[in-house]
Design a protein. Structure first.
Length: 677
């Protein structure tokens, strides 16, 4: 069912044959917003919904306390004063000042000492509160850092613990803001003590200010506006939702704007398409017309009817109407000082309750993210580890890792297409295996199964006669080294980039230099100003500027340019550095399997030949499996060549055997040989 409102937004309600409530789809400007259609909740159901966040909130408070008990305690004391004691005390002292002044005016003989004392106490309270507030701000900053670091550590541990299957299954939760934990903690603490402060103010008003005994009525009237505001709040943050930009012209504008990013600059200049992009952007803007492009969250809030806005606005003045009516009905019951105190109380209470409801919403919005962070630990997807040690007891130390694959098939998570289909294969210890084939033939997938980045969908893989899943995963990882085209440099020094191949010797410069030489990176590192301490890729966001541009002839611009100066190297040089890390890994003496997957795509022929020579020289005691598109350097040295196609092994044999067979391998080899000729 679809309907269109006066403001142009379109709404439809959908109910699929799946679990869960039906959903409502709204077209708001360029965005499609989908929310659940839920019946109005009873007070009991609302309490249940709110109480569901209590366990997470309780754990958050425990974590906050554990991160720094003394900071937590000091901040709590400051918050109690600021939110609970100070408002009621301030109200009392203000009322005392007004009452003293009014008594003096009535008698015609103001008591200067009493007035001075009342004002002085009020000023002392204000000064003390200002000091406490400054103290609280500093404490909050420190506590914020403590909680951020604790949750960064939690997220880091959880993310690093998950395997590739878990990573692919949770792509949508790639970046989780640990800062949400601080916001949830801060807002919940503020709401709690603001509520205590509001109760204190209401108690004071009821007992000390209102002689009519109608303090409870005044308090309820102060609550009407915040409650109405909370009930009619149409914030998307208060309900499960998804938002998607769907307008084709808006999407085209976004795509064209993206072309201004530096990574596209060279292509755009060489393609001479600058004017075309500008013209197409203007065309997209024209086609977009008057369609609203403001954020979906703002548009959703504007759906609230005018009637509710008027009711909320009028409800703000209900407390004033109350004491105005009291002044008419009982002229002697309210003094001017009382009216002034009530007016002050009305504003203070209205703001306090508004803020309490706001803090509760902020807590609810952020607590879901905090729960997601805690759930990371519970939902970590780890490859199953067995109990058998590797290498097995009694196994000759100098042997490589042997494999037996029987009827192995595999599909990547989330897909049904078979990347490998019914593979049966035997790899003997210490063999040099070369895997060739076209793109998408399954070459890299075999590597990922042998290194247990994934487990086979069906079939079995055995090592030394035992199923691969029966071995301790940590032992297999320790005995394996991989050098692939997917490996990257870390945002750390080059010393650590290489040294982390063998973390136990990450500070041994002699071993690191030797590994850099074997990987062909020695000369490259020598040319860099900071040598092994050079950091090629800094984490993003470490430097930024406002109204300062590189190239400006100012000292400030010069300072900024020094801060943001980057060192870049070619793709081939990066591959040499990654290869050096692999040679460093060999120094552990535990590596029995070496998997090399297209690591030299950016290397020149001489560097590629030297890399493969260095790798083959370390072959003793290791099974080596190479995946390559370029045959010349490797296939003639291979004990076995696997020629793959469409996820199956088409041919196996030595170079001479496959050339004599005149099949797929021979065809591919001759094509490459012809190209070189």
């Amino acid at each position: 069912m679809t309907s269109e409102s006066k403001d142009g937004s379109k709404e439809s309600i959908e109910k699929e044959d799946v679990a869960g409530p039906p959903v409502r789809s709204l077209q708001l400007g360029v965005y499609r917003v989908v929310t659940e259609v839920l019946p109005p909740l009873s007070l009991r159901e609302q309490w249940k919904k709110t109480s569901r966040m209590i366990p997470t909130l309780r754990r958050l408070v425990k974590d906050a306390y554990a991160s720094s008990p003394w900071l937590f305690s000091l901040l709590l004391l400051a918050q109690i004063w600021y939110s609970s004691f100070e408002p009621a005390l301030s109200l009392h002292l203000s009322s005392r000042v007004l009452t003293t002044i009014e008594a003096g005016l009535k008698n015609g003989n103001p008591d200067g000492a009493a007035i001075f004392q009342a004002v002085a106490l009020r000023m002392i309270c204000l000064v003390f509160t200002a000091v406490v507030n400054q103290w609280k701000v500093r404490l909050e900053s420190k506590m914020n850092d403590k909680i951020d670091l604790k949750f960064q550590n939690h997220i880091l541990r959880s993310k690093l613990a998950t395997d590739l299957t878990g990573v692919q299954a949770n792509l949508s939760s790639g970046h989780i803001a640990e800062r949400r934990a601080w916001f949830a903690f801060k807002s919940s603490m503020e709401a709690t003590w603001q509520l205590a402060g509001a109760i204190g103010q209401l108690t004071y008003i009821s007992r000390s200010v209102l002689s009519t005994g109608h303090g409870a009525i005044f308090a309820l009237l102060c609550l009407v506006q915040p409650i109405l505001d909370a009930v009619y709040d149409r914030s998307l943050w208060n309900e499960p939702h998804v938002v998607e930009a769907t307008d084709p012209h808006f999407l085209r504008m976004k795509g064209l704007r993206e072309l201004s990013e530096p990574k596209y600059r060279q292509d755009i200049i060489t393609g001479d398409i600058v004017q075309h992009i500008i013209q197409e952007f203007r065309r997209a803007v024209k086609l977009l017309g008057d369609t609203d492009i403001s954020e979906a969250y703002l548009q959703y809030q504007r759906l609230t009817g005018a009637t509710s806005h008027i009711a909320i606005r009028l409800s703000r003045d209900l407390p004033m109407l109350y004491y105005a009516a009291n002044a008419i009905l009982s002229p002697t019951g309210l003094s001017l000082a009382t009216i002034a105190t009530l007016h002050q109380s009305e504003s203070l209470l209205s703001w306090t309750f508004d803020d309490i409801f706001y803090r509760i919403r902020v807590t609810a919005n952020n607590i879901s993210t905090v729960k997601g962070i805690y759930d990371l630990e519970r939902d970590v997807h780890q490859t199953k580890s067995g109990d058998l040690p590797y290498p097995p007891l009694g196994r000759p130390h100098e042997r490589g890792m042997p494999f037996e694959l029987k009827d192995v098939s595999f599909s990547y998570p989330g897909t049904t297409a078979k990347a490998l289909d019914n593979i049966t294969l035997s790899i003997k210890a210490g063999q040099l295996i070369v895997v060739v084939g076209q793109n998408g033939s399954g070459k890299s997938t075999i590597i990922k199964l042998l290194t247990r980045l994934y487990d086979a969908t069906s079939g079995s893989i055995a090592i030394d006669g035992a199923d691969i899943q029966e071995y301790r995963l940590a032992d297999l990882r320790h005995a394996t080294a991989a050098l692939t085209q997917d490996h990257h440099l870390y945002p750390l020094s080059l010393r650590e980039n290489i040294g982390l191949g063998n973390p136990a010797y990450v500070r041994d410069m002699n071993m690191i230099r030797a590994a850099a030489k074997q990987g062909g990176a020695e000369d490259l590192i020598a040319k860099l100003g900071d040598g092994f301490e050079t950091v090629l890729e800094h984490p993003r966001g470490l430097q930024h500027s406002v109204d300062v541009k590189k190239g400006d002839r100012t000292l400030l611009a010069e300072a900024y340019e020094k801060m943001t100066k980057e060192v870049d190297v070619s793709g081939g040089e990066r591959q040499r550095l990654v290869a050096s890390r692999t040679f460093m890994r060999f120094t552990s003496g535990a590596v029995k399997l070496v998997c090399v997957d297209e690591p030299s795509s950016s290397l020149d022929p001489e560097a590629e030949w030297q890399l493969f020579q260095n790798l083959r020289q370390t072959r003793e005691g290791k099974t080596m499996i190479f995946v390559t598109h370029r045959f010349a350097h490797l296939t003639k040295h291979a004990d076995v060549i696997l020629c793959m196609k469409n996820g199956t092994i088409l041919e196996t044999g030595t170079h001479e055997e496959l050339m004599a067979r005149d099949g797929e391998y021979c065809k591919m080899f001759k094509i490459q040989a012809t190209a070189f000729e």
